[in-house]
Design a protein around this ligand. Sequence first.
Ligand code: SAM
Length: 276
Amino acid sequence: MENALNYTRRLMKAGAKARKSLGQNFLIDDEVIAAIVKLSGVAAEIPAVEIGPGLGVLTRLLAGQTGRLWAVELDQNLLALLRRELRSAPVEWVQGDALKLHVRDLWGEQKGILIGNLPYYITSPLLEHYLQQADHLLSMTIMVQQEVARRMVAEPGGKDYGVLSIAVQTAAEPELALAVPRAAFLPSPQVDSAVVRLRLRPFPGLSADQGMFFRLVKAAFGQRRKTVLNSLSAGLGRVKGEVEEMLTQAGIDGGRRAETISIAEYIRLTEVERSR
Ligand code: SAM
């Protein structure tokens, strides 16, 4: 197989342009590309979707290794090029916005895997969109900015731990699998990147209806420098005495900060709120 750098240069010579506005930084490092495919757990019987195939460096490796493979690309010009270049590959090309895709419409009630060197300008909404589809996914293997990767895997107690960590970890076990330097892309992005592998699983003790849980978590982190007593009472619009009582019932000291509180403790707080 033609190496990724030569392949990318050839397609760019043939007219493919990297559009910054669509987060187009193409992978040119064959080792990183092979590592992502391996980490993804791709297997003959498992359906897979790739978000943002770009010039197809991941797609051409994934094709033929999965049950069925869909690739969702927003850029019509790139998609026309992909259809030509990878015409004999077993890929179902989808032109459209990955933020509107529901994997159930692709593979029904089975569970599949998601892979993508994500467009960084929409990492958070993409994560949120696909974490909501956790019931239909086995895993997600994604390239994100290193700083986002750190926040995804962060444990309580540090500045990286926040709403994103909690959103990810309530739906999945994340693993920071590979650090990727900016030189692995063409053009090089402004930041270093990392591959994160998420194994989707329900979090023990967290109910299916997570609205109240996330309302409390967001209120707690609303003013992360303040004590959780102060930030919750401001965020929920409640008097301190009431919030202090809730925290005490949940076994949480009101003098702590939101970033020190574990998911299990936020679940206890949600239970107290529910029983009020
Ligand atoms: N997979 C290729 C690679 O690794 O070289 C390209 C990755 S590039 C970082 C992100 C890709 O996502 C681009 O091809 C871009 O056009 C595509 N993209 C951007 N926004 C998108 C969206 N909303 N839905 C689907 N694809 C999108």
